[in-house]
Design a protein around this ligand. Structure first.
Ligand code: ZN
Length: 163
């Protein structure tokens, strides 16, 4: 069992704590369940997936991921949009992602950066764009993906799966 390593087509469960260069904790799985992902399917940021390749269960890793291999470099600036242009039945929150559409009908992601009274600042950048990501990782388990998981490109968890 212990000679299983992370390769494409494995479902990997890992614990992580994600911090910025300033030491601010952005997110952590510790205290909850380890995060599952399908290796090689782009479920996690490319810089982390690359550094997890070939690791075995029990491995601990400090992975530093540049913005280029994380959530991208920043491009463009937040734009103010009147609140009334959003559906009234949706509770808007900072960090929420939605999709805009250009005149040709191409969809692109946008994130809410700020909400002030009746104006919403809409940012073309992921909240973590331009941020160097510091992952403190421990590999908890590795198993083969099912054919269905490979076809879907993500792991399936009992009772947790919805499409
Ligand atoms: Zn699925």
């Amino acid at each position: 069992m212990s000679d299983i390593t992370i390769t494409a087509g494995k479902v990997v469960f890992f614990h992580y704590t994600l911090t910025t260069d300033d030491g601010e904790t952005i997110d952590s799985s510790r205290g909850g369940n380890p995060l599952p992902y399908l290796h090689g399917a782009g479920n996690i940021v490319p810089g982390l997936e690359k550094q997890l390749d070939g690791l075995a269960v029990g491995t601990k890793l400090q992975a530093v991921v540049s913005p280029e291999e994380g959530y991208g470099v920043r491009h463009g600036e937040p734009m103010p949009v009147p609140r009334e242009q959003f559906p009234g039945d949706i509770e808007l929150e900072v960090g929420m992602q939605f999709f805009g559409e250009d005149p040709d009908g191409n969809k692109f992601p946008l994130w809410i950066a700020d909400i002030q009274d009746n104006m919403v600042a809409v940012d073309p950048n992921h909240p973590l764009a331009g941020v160097t990501l510091n992952f403190d990782v421990e590999i908890m388990s590795i198993r083969d993906a099912s054919e269905e998981e490979v076809a879907h490109g993500h792991p399936h968890m009992p009772g947790m799966h919805a499409h």
